[in-house]
Design a binder for this molecule. Structure first.
Ligand code: ZN
Length: 81
């Protein structure tokens, strides 16, 4: 198993998560045709969550932003790259 960066989610993992979730937001149920989907950490990295597939799910941008309306500066820095 090759070493993966702890934070950046590889493209193939994103594709896998989207497919597993049937390209549907796991919160409101919107599909890719209706909204923009993104990958979300179920347990935020800032709270000790991992980048494992089991900790990732599909959220639309609206739900994702609603969830993280209190941005954590450490969390944001992780996503700069
Ligand atoms: Zn949603």
């Amino acid at each position: 198993m090759k070493k993966t960066p702890r934070i950046k989610i590889p493209n193939e993992v994103r594709q896998y998560v989207f497919q597993r979730d049937r390209n549907q937001c796991q919160s409101c149920g919107k599909v890719a045709q209706e909204t923009q989907l993104s990958i979300d950490h179920i347990i935020p990295l800032a709270s000790g969550g991992s980048n494992d597939i089991s900790n990732l799910h599909t959220l639309c941008l609206t739900c994702n932003q609603r969830k993280s309306d209190k941005p954590d500066s450490r969390f944001q820095r992780y996503f700069d790259r």
